[in-house]
Each structure stands twice: as structure tokens, then as C-alpha cells.
Design a protein around this ligand. Structure first.
Ligand code: CU
Length: 160
């Protein structure tokens, strides 16, 4: 029930404004049009890749969704590897998933020991201080290019 409150509140506020400015309420049709054009607004931050030791690597980042529309991270591409997948970690085992939810007015957090981006068969081993280009692909939003700094192998900003 609480999850639905946000949108209801927005609509109520819109109705109040419409009334206050003396505009006639035109009913549901204009409401649903507004909802349809509410494209997710995603902001990526905190991206990093621990310097890989083998021919596989992981990357972590946060995606903030400031809009009222949920989205999904579907895939990641990178010149570093032709085999990039998204993984979750359950009972200390990682497994590939089809997508990660990015909730409306919420955040998707990829972090060590949890959800992550997985690069297999990397074409070269980047070193601390290097940067890796990746592109995130979403269900609704346009793709976002991210420059991922390579950090020390044990780098973990969430544990400081
Ligand atoms: Cu993995």
C-alpha cells in the first residue's frame, strides 16, 4: 500500500494545483498522459573496478532513479570484454540475472559481496589508475556511458 502512495500523492497535488488555478479537471486522460511521459532519470555514481588478478573482473556502482518511473538494468557492454554479465550473490555464490530493478525514487546498489557487473575473458588486465569504459543498457532509459576507475584489489568504499 505504501509503495503506491508516491504516485497518488503526486496526482493529488496536481489536482490541488489545478483547482487552485481555477482550471477544470479534465479527468483521467491527461493524468495518464503525464504518467506515460515520465521517463526515468538515472544518475550513476561511485563506479569502480578492483584491479583484477585473473582474466575476470568485477565492477560496482550506484544508480539513482529520481523519477517516479521504475526502470531495469538489462545489460552492460565494454571494450574490455565480449562477455559482460550482471550477477547477484546469494549464499556467497554468484549467479547471472536477467535484470536488476531500479525502483522509482530509489536506488540500485552494486557492491562488493552483492550485486555486481562481471567481466569474463578480459582482453587486457587494467591496473590501478587505469579507466575502463562501460555502457549500461536499460529497459526504458537511454544507454549511459560510464568511465570506471580501476582501484586497488581490496578497494571497498562502503566498508570505510
Ligand atoms: Cu560474478
Amino acid at each position: 500500500m505504501n509503495r503506491r502512495t508516491t504516485r497518488t500523492t503526486v496526482r493529488t497535488a496536481a489536482a490541488v494545483i489545478a483547482l487552485a488555478t481555477g482550471l477544470a479537471l479534465s479527468g483521467c486522460s491527461s493524468d495518464s498522459k503525464d504518467a506515460g511521459s515520465d521517463k526515468p532519470e538515472l544518475k550513476v555514481s561511485g563506479a569502480f573496478m578492483p584491479q583484477p588478478a585473473m582474466d575476470m573482473a568485477g565492477a560496482f556502482l550506484d544508480i539513482k532513479n529520481e523519477s517516479g518511473t521504475a526502470d531495469k538494468l538489462l545489460s552492460v557492454t565494454s571494450p574490455l570484454s565480449d562477455d559482460v554479465t550482471i550477477h547477484e550473490t546469494k549464499n556467497q555464490k554468484m549467479q547471472e540475472v536477467k535484470s536488476f530493478d531500479i525502483p522509482a525514487k530509489g536506488e540500485l546498489n552494486l557492491e562488493r559481496g552483492g550485486n555486481h557487473i562481471m567481466f569474463m575473458g578480459i582482453k587486457q588486465k587494467p591496473k590501478q589508475g587505469d579507466e575502463v569504459e562501460i555502457e549500461l543498457h536499460f529497459e526504458k532509459s537511454d544507454p549511459i556511458k560510464v568511465t570506471v576507475p580501476v582501484e586497488a584489489p581490496n578497494h571497498n568504499p562502503k566498508k570505510q
